[in-house]
Design a protein around this ligand. Structure first.
Ligand code: SAH
Length: 436
């Protein structure tokens, strides 16, 4: 597939200039390391060594500014070899002229092919990791099978919910292999249905069409039932956020429950009730108030409450900022506050505003916490670092003159592995704190 694509490409002048450049370096670079191939199987892309983010350890995203000639006339999905001006290879990846992430790097050497066998190997590897964990712990009927960069498959997320599987593409790169991915899922799990999701933001960034559709099989007639931390959850794949449910918080819901004492609990941004229901199942928390701006999410949460036959929860449809301010003005007091707001920063320019927003939420949460209360505070903004997030809690502590102790500093659950070359993908922070 790749070599056919290469033959279709008209190299043009920019490509010629970029190709000639390393020839000049050949006599010197060749003494050390030299991977330039005058008859390559794949187009060779030359990277700007100084600006190449990828140089700092094979980062899987090579941005447009790191490519010497970003106007190369290569169609999206073209397999390319990445070379430094010296001729040394950086690895093999997939090109997308429509994305700021111009190349997604999948191989660290040019020795291995980027073909169907490679893709199947990666999928198997990801699946074996989950099976290994489950063989040592317990079986799960809902889990993330493939976590994009974390499993060496940048741009592909695959979540399994019982008999249904959701593929979420966050990049164009592996779209041409969608059928192969779906075949693999069918042969491995024989699911009732496979869904495809491409959200509007990805579609815009990657030059794609957004999608939310049934890819294969028969859609379930109603919500699917899964079990998490011994809590039953009905997941409606036809009306859900992300792939259907926030599987990343599974272990954090259980961890928070280990600290929750008797007394009133506030669950802010509750979605379909993950934290509240774990609290109902495992803790002596008394009155629970759960807030979300989405009516659909709250209907799902109410359905989940009924499914488990738990005592009532007060579900409130409100904006999290306004509602917390309202509670402060009412002098409300809670023993536990859980904050799990949506992503606040999707690019660097939004980080400062995101930190201010987190500060405001956490400040008001601390104001309504009883002495000795528990704050479970989360951030799913990859751009906001763990240090900055913990730092803003320090600012809240200074402002309220109350000591905040971090009891646990947690991330996403085991089925969301993080690749050390792409630490930005470790987006989730969940800090469990005691507030004096
Ligand atoms: N805590 C949840 C996941 C939360 S995801 C769990 O354990 O599964 C973030 C949630 O915030 C979503 O349900 C979304 O509907 C909600 N949300 C987004 N903006 C909001 C706002 N301004 N106020 C309140 N809720 C909001």
């Amino acid at each position: 597939m790749a070599s056919d694509q290469f033959r279709q490409v008209e190299p043009g002048w920019p490509f010629f200039v970029a190709s000639v450049k390393p020839l000049i370096f050949r006599p010197i670079a060749g003494l050390f390391h030299y991977d330039y191939d005058p008859m390559p199987d794949y187009p060779q892309i030359f990277l700007n060594a100084k600006r190449s983010h990828a140089l700092d350890g094979f980062h899987p995203w090579i941005l447009d500014r790191s490519v010497i000639d970003p106007t190369l006339p290569l169609p999206p999905g073209t397999i390319v070899d990445c070379l430094l001006p010296s001729g040394a290879s950086l690895g093999r990846g997939i090109y997308n002229p429509n994305s700021r992430i111009r190349i997604r790097l999948y191989q660290k050497t040019l020795a291995e092919d980027l073909d169907e066998a490679w893709l199947l190997r990666q999928l198997e590897r990801a699946c074996n990791l989950r099976n290994f964990w489950m063989s040592r712990n317990h079986n799960l009927d809902a889990l993330r099978l493939v976590n994009s960069e974390g499993d060496g498959l940048s741009g592909v997320i695959i979540d399994r919910f019982g008999d249904c599987v959701v593929i979420q593409l966050t990049a164009y790169a592996l779209l041409p292999w969608l059928d192969l991915i779906a075949d693999w899922i069918e042969s491995k799990f024989a699911p009732q249905a496979i869904f495809l999701r491409i959200d509007a933001a990805t579609a815009k960034q990657e030059g794609l069409e957004s999608k939310d559709e049934l890819l294969r099989g028969i859609p379930p007639t109603g919500p699917l039932q899964i079990v998490e931390n011994s809590v039953k959850l009905a997941i409606d794949l036809s009306a859900s956020q992300k792939t259907g449910y926030y599987l990343d918080q599974r272990a954090n819901r259980a961890a928070a429950a280990r600290w929750i004492e008797a007394g009133p609990l506030l669950d802010v941004c509750c979605y379909v009730g993950g934290f509240s229901l774990a609290a109902r199942q495992w803790t002596p928390a008394t009155e629970i108030t759960a807030v979300d701006s989405s009516l659909r999410a709250l209907e799902g949460a109410e359905r989940n409450l009924q499914l488990n036959g738990f005592p009532a929860i007060d579900f409130v449809q409100a904006d999290c900022f306004d509602y917390l301010e309202h509670l402060v003005s009412e002098n409300a007091q809670f023993q536990t506050v859980i904050l799990d707001p949506p992503r606040m920063a999707s690019h660097r320019g939004q980080v400062a505003a995101a930190i201010r927003a987190y500060h405001r939420l956490n400040l008001n949460a601390v104001r309504i916490l009883s002495p000795g209360g528990l704050l479970v505070t989360c951030s799913c903004s990859g751009r906001v670092s763990r240090e900055d997030f913990a730092g803003l809690l320090g600012a809240v502590s200074r402002k309220t003159k109350r000591r905040l102790q971090i009891l646990e500093s947690r991330s996403a659950d085991f089925d969301h592995p993080v690749d050390t070359t792409c630490l930005e993908s470790e987006y989730l922070k969940c800090l469990i704190c005691r507030v004096e």
